[in-house]
Ligand binder design. Structure first.
Ligand SMILES: *[C@@H]1O[C@H](CO)[C@@H](O)[C@H](O)[C@H]1NC(C)=O
Ligand SMILES: *[C@@H]1O[C@H](CO)[C@@H](O)[C@H](O)[C@H]1NC(C)=O
Ligand SMILES: *[C@@H]1O[C@H](CO)[C@@H](O)[C@H](O)[C@H]1NC(C)=O
Length: 222
């Protein structure tokens, strides 16, 4: 497996890189779960156009269709109840709602951990908070992404939006890189733990040993 190859390569070159790696580990173990959901937290859309609301996730585990779970919900404000408009039951299932009719479509790709949706002919009444939540067992942590959608009737002046997009893109890019790095480190660490366990007591099934070495919160739910 390439994760363990990576690990061995790292182990042979100790010294400085080991120090950096352990600093990173200490930093990430406390703050990172193995499930990360990446969204654009604020989206502005022009009335009447189609808007894409993206949501992707990273996980140490390949998606198992029989255990995977996902929900998309909408709430007008924080005070309102969440209204589910899409879910996953062996496949993506849109739930018809009065608000969206058939304007909401799945636009992601499960093979790429992409759960994005589009809303066509977006209305002022579509403004609100969109949430995607993901469960990818045996990952014990449930992932959540929250997107605030605003609908405008006029685009802001082009110069401002260009700057905003440039700044947003570079911040977003860096954030994605940081998250990716942290997830890889976490996954490597997890696999190392597995190797240790399997060396000691040969050997339990992968899915079972996986979940047991947690420093992260979360309850066993298998
Ligand atoms: C939004 O767009 C629809 C159709 O494109 C139009 O009928 C409606 O007046 C627009 N609403 C506003 C507030 O501009
Ligand atoms: C939500 O409810 C609280 C009190 O119940 C209220 O103070 C607040 O203004 C409400 N927020 C919105 C956005 O309606
Ligand atoms: C989706 O919603 C259902 C029903 O409310 C709930 O039982 C399930 O845990 C939710 N799944 C996720 C991944 O949030």
């Amino acid at each position: 497996m390439n994760m363990s190859l990576l690990l061995r390569a790292r182990d042979t070159r100790q010294g400085a890189s080991a120090i950096i790696a352990s600093v990173l580990l200490v930093f990430t173990v406390s703050s990172v779960s193995s499930m990360e959901v990446v969204v654009t937290p604020l989206i502005n859309a022009l009335n009447g156009t189609m808007v894409k609301i993206s949501c992707t996730f990273t996980s140490c585990y390949k998606m198992d269709i029989s255990k995977f779970a996902m929900n998309w919900t909408y709430q007008e404000t924080k005070n309102d109840t969440e209204e589910m408009f899409m879910t996953f039951k062996n496949r993506i299932t849109p739930l018809r709602t009065d608000r969206f009719g058939d304007r909401v479509k799945f636009a992601g790709n499960l093979d790429k951990n992409d759960l994005s949706i589009t809303i066509s002919d977006v209305q002022l009444s579509d403004e609100g908070i969109y949430k995607c939540s993901v469960r990818n067992p045996p990952d014990r942590v449930e992932g959540h992404g929250s997107i605030q959608l605003s609908v405008v009737t006029e685009l802001p002046p082009p110069r401002d939006s260009t700057i905003a997009v440039a700044v947003g893109a570079s911040v977003g890019g860096m954030l994605a890189l940081v998250i990716l790095t942290m997830v890889i480190i976490k996954c490597v660490r997890r696999h190392k733990k597995q190797e240790l366990i399997s060396d000691e007591q040969k050997m339990e099934e992968e899915g079972k040993t996986d979940g047991d070495g947690g420093t992260e919160e979360g309850t066993k739910q298998i």
